[in-house]
Design a protein around this ligand. Structure first.
Ligand code: ATP
Length: 503
């Protein structure tokens, strides 16, 4: 795999005029840039909020960015070759605001065009924690983001830390769990957590896994579009019906568990599944069921929040999310309400162009991904979903969830009654109740059980009865009633597309 350092070298070699390195790890960025400069035989000049630093001569000036750029374009008399950018890398930091509010962007454009035309042999690297690209130079910029440490690098980090701090190396089993838990965290965060762990009790132990977990949750959250979902109980056992979908998940889990042997045998890495269908019928529940079954982290991508206000921000958000998911692999990446982000593809206008680009980024990743990231996309309606998503080869399977049949309703009722009143279950005629709930979704059934239990308590009765459940059912307006037209349309649509029924 091409590392960030390789990429920096290749882009500089090929004369890409402006590289935009999205990171808040400036020290790590500095190291990479110095390494690239050495390889190119270039020296480094850095412009930041405090001025201009000529690294080769250790000289400093207090110029701000627009003034410094002016000097590089038209060196002041008597300045010698100090401001000659030939064979130099110009690193720009702390510039997000400056690029927006001054004419620095147009000056950068001028320098970038000199590089592009071959008149200037230099590189420009903008280092910033967020992606905010000024419109006039957007086409000259190549976006790069920092790699997360690999498994090997994390191992080395922990080992070095233990040696430096003179603490006992964690035993092999714990060591591997620590490495897995640290996946998807930047280097400095790993060091911080290790220091915190040692500060607490002088060792790195089992109890520190939750510390790492907490920290990681925050990091994922800070991305603004991702969230780590806790899957604290056995959602797989708590999902009634949906036999086809559950069997598919079991097959995939077997592969996940034996990935090395499976790949040797010629089995492809599982890509993911798409689940479309009626609200309240268990789509979100199935995602959590998958995470319980696979026993891997569940990361939710908020499709509605992908869209950013700056040029390139939405794609950067998506790329960052993908990178974070890849770094956390093996994990499940849940694209909830996928239609929210991709419905506009193929239309007209700036937004349509953006969603088309987002779709491109996403599909390319799906196609090429090497990591064990299992994608589960859920959506209520497939009406506006671009056909590219539904083409074979994108997802391993596409399911639709319909209203549960009688047998499934019985299972769902059993689950929700035993969660609340396990002691009453044997006295309830589940079959009879299931027969009376035609057209109910899983959520409707849960709602009726909840109401019946509440009413039984309010009446001062000791146990839940068939009658209480039937009363609650009679007062429920099920999905088949409230969404009759939508259900009819959806069923026709799914039948036409020959999606696999999840049941
Ligand atoms: P939406 O599209 O509105 O998000 P959804 O299909 O994702 O709906 P869920 O959130 O999975 O629906 O279901 C809502 C609740 O209904 C679940 O938390 C669960 O308690 C209950 N439920 C739905 N389907 C089932 C099922 N098959 N088995 C058990 N419970 C179910």
């Amino acid at each position: 795999m091409e590392t960030l350092s390789d990429k920096l070298n290749h882009y500089l070699d090929a004369g890409f005029p402006i590289l935009y390195l999205e990171t808040f790890e400036e020290a790590k960025a500095d190291k990479l840039i110095e390494e690239a400069a050495r390889n190119q035989n270039f020296s480094v000049i850095e412009c930041n909020a405090r001025g201009v630093f000529f690294k080769a001569t250790a000289e400093k000036t207090k110029n701000d960015l627009p003034t410094a750029l002016n000097n590089f374009i038209e060196p002041p008399p008597m300045a010698g070759d100090k401001f000659d950018l030939n064979r130099k890398i110009l690193v720009i930091k702390d510039a997000t605001k400056k690029l927006e509010t001054t004419d620095a962007a147009s000056k950068l454009k001028y320098l970038a065009e000199l590089i592009l035309s071959g008149k200037l042999n230099a590189g420009i690297i903008i280092v910033a924690p967020v992606v905010a690209l000024p419109k006039e130079i957007e086409h000259l910029i190549t976006l790069l983001s920092m790699d997360y440490p690999t498994e090997k690098e994390i191992s080395a980090l922990i080992k070095t830390f233990c040696v430096m701090e003179e603490i006992k190396m964690p035993r092999p089993n714990l060591f591997q769990r620590l490495v897995d838990a640290f996946k998807g965290m930047p280097e400095f965060e790993i060091r911080n957590v290790l220091s915190l762990a040692v500060a607490r009790d002088g060792t790195i132990g089992e109890e520190d896994l939750s510390l790492i977990h907490e920290q990681k949750k925050q990091i994922v959250q800070k991305s603004g579009v991702l969230e780590m979902i806790e899957v604290e109980k056995d959602f797989f056992a708590d999902t009634g019906g949906l036999g086809n979908l559950k069997r598919c998940l079991e097959r995939k889990q077997k592969i996940f568990q034996n990935m090395t042997a499976a790949e040797k045998f010629g089995v492809d890495k599982p890509k993911g599944i798409l689940i479309a269908g009626l609200p309240g019928c268990g789509k979100s529940l199935s995602v959590k069921a998958a995470a319980s079954l696979f026993k891997i982290p569940l990361i939710q991508l908020d499709m509605g929040r992908l869209m950013g206000k700056y040029v390139g921000e939405s794609e950067a958000n998506l790329r960052r999310a993908i990178k974070q998911a890849d770094a956390n692999a093996p994990c499940i990446l849940w694209l909830d309400e996928m239609e929210k982000a991709f419905a506009g593809v193929g239309g007209q206008g700036v937004n349509a162009e953006l969603t088309t680009r987002l779709m491109g980024t996403f599909l390319t990743w799906m196609q090429e991904k090497k990591s064990l990231t299992f994608v589960i996309a859920t959506l209520n309606t497939i009406k506006n979903i671009p056909p590219e998503f539904l083409r074979r080869g994108r997802f391993d399977e596409i399911f639709y969830v319909d209203l549960p049949d009688e047998y499934e309703r019985e299972e769902i009722l059993r689950i929700h009654i035993s969660r609340r009143r396990p002691q009453d279950l044997s006295r309830i005629n589940l079959q009879k109740i299931a027969r009376r709930t035609e057209g109910f979704s899983g959520a409707d059934l849960e709602g009726a059980v909840k109401d019946a239990v509440e009413e039984t308590f309010n009446q001062g009765l000791n146990s839940l009865t068939d009658e209480a459940l039937i009363d609650a059912i009679n007062q429920t307006h099920p999905l088949s009633e409230t969404m009759a037209d939508e259900i009819k349309d959806m069923r026709e649509d799914y039948a036409k597309r020959s999606f696999k029924n999840a049941s």
